[in-house]
Design a protein around this ligand. Structure first.
Ligand code: FAD
Length: 384
């Protein structure tokens, strides 16, 4: 009888976090298998904006992880055939209190490379942003936008063809005890295992996940028909300055929050802020909202979409938004942005709980792989 194949590393989950671990592991030359219960990527990693955010990520470690992950996206985009639709982010500030947050942000170390734009400069860069509506804007050059439903399968295909990573799809992992992994299609053998189960809080190591007080967050998303203009960069507005921790933690955000509480209560009550990015065909992805529950309901109320579209109308002039697709997504959520737990010496459980996995996964994966395989992050990066 043929002996069961032995891998150096098994990764559970083929979302962006699992794939990021496969990238880092393949840089060490490891034999990797990725086990995914779905036939194709279907979770948060393909339902998101594909926006790799740097400015606005939590100050310190998370911001640095976002910078590093952005760099890895750029390294991989060419070889893996992933299109970068646009780069940078405009934070269009409608209220003076929002501009005060932008000003304060620019004075921190996170403001490096960013610029303050006057309303006229803003309109010059993006004519659909009427200067009469804005106090000014932050221009950040760091971000990039990929089409996740294209990027995730292409990254997986590139890992398979160029690094020999094996994918076992439609295979649910039921128990992990290296070197044995029990799956719905029989055992797989690997020396070490990294579980990246996303927002499945119940199947693998539920007690570990529960210890981090993890719940789930549901978001509303829409695709709008081509609006007749091209975005130079992602666009967000005042509401984002009280949601993204890198802005919201600045003392100046308190006055903005007070004003938004008076003027934008429905948005705040539904965790709405505006993010707008553009796809290659010109359509826009617009969102989002945030509702928290262990099992979020699956229903996408039009009332919430209208709050999001209301902010879109506040920001963009021109034709009324024409919604062509609607969906919801969920991600694991906790009061920290991620955790990497060690249920056993050869096992890691890694969960992004800050709604920013596309922005931080590659850096997190480098840290986890370096730790698990006793390598230095510098060596791992050098071998890229
Ligand atoms: C609507 C929305 C918008 C977002 N926008 C952004 C954004 O613009 N920028 C950003 O940085 N982040 C964004 N996020 C967050 C980001 O998408 C997530 O943080 C990230 O995708 C999490 O990746 P993951 O691989 O951990 O999880 P997932 O993508 O959920 O992947 C986990 C995978 O594990 C598999 N799995 C789970 N358990 C098992 C098991 N037992 N056996 C086999 N397979 C298993 C699942 O099937 C799944 O495919 C957004 C999220 C949502 C929902």
């Amino acid at each position: 009888m043929k002996a069961a194949q032995q891998f150096d590393l098994a990764i559970v989950g083929a979302g962006i976090l699992g794939l990021a671990h496969a990238v880092a592991a393949s840089r060490l030359g490891l034999r990797v298998v990725v086990i995914e219960r779905e036939a194709q990527a279907n979770g948060a990693s393909i339902r998101n904006f594909g926006l790799v955010v740097v400015s606005g990520e939590e100050r310190g470690t998370v911001w640095r992880r976002a910078m590093r992950s952005r760099d890895v996206w750029l390294e991989l985009a060419g070889p893996a055939g992933i299109d970068v639709n646009h780069r940078g982010m405009t934070v269009a500030a409608r209220r003076p209190e929002a501009l005060a947050v932008v000003d304060a942000f620019l004075k921190t170390e996170m403001g490096q490379g960013c610029e303050l734009l006057s309303p006229a400069e803003l309109a010059k860069r993006q004519p659909e942003l009427d200067p009469g509506r804005f106090a000014g804007a932050l221009w950040s050059p760091h971000e990039l936008r990929v089409e996740s439903k294209q990027a995730i399968p292409r990254l997986a295909a590139w890992l398979a063809t160029h690094h020999g990573v094996e994918f076992r799809r439609e295979t649910a992992v039921q128990a992990i005890e290296p070197p044995l992994i029990e799956t719905s299609r029989g055992p797989i053998r690997a020396g070490k295992v990294i579980a990246c189960p996303g927002d499945d809080l119940a199947t693998l190591f539920p007690e570990r996940i529960a210890a981090h007080n993890v719940t789930r967050c549901k978001l509303h998303m829409m695709r709008l028909a081509y609006p007749g203009f091209r975005l130079r960069a992602a666009v967000v507005s005042d509401l984002s300055l009280t949601r993204y921790a890198g802005f919201a933690a600045l003392p100046e955000a308190a006055a903005l929050r007070r004003r938004l509480e008076a003027e934008e209560k429905p948005a705040l009550d539904n965790g709405v802020h505006l993010i707008v990015v553009q796809s290659a065909d010109g359509s826009l992805i617009v969102g989002d909202s945030h509702h928290y529950a262990p099992t979020p309901d699956p229903f996408a109320s039009n009332d919430i979409d209208e709050i999001i579209l209301g902010e879109y109308r506040n920001v963009f002039t021109g034709a009324d938004p024409n919604v062509i697709v609607r969906w919801t997504g969920t991600y694991a959520s906790a009061d920290r942005t991620m955790f990497a737990d060690a249920p056993g010496p050869d096992i890691r459980l890694v969960v992004v709980t800050g709604g920013n996995g596309a922005s931080t996964a590659f850096a997190i994966a480098e840290e986890v792989i370096a730790d698990l395989f006793d390598a230095s992050i510098e060596d791992l990066r050098r071998s890229a």
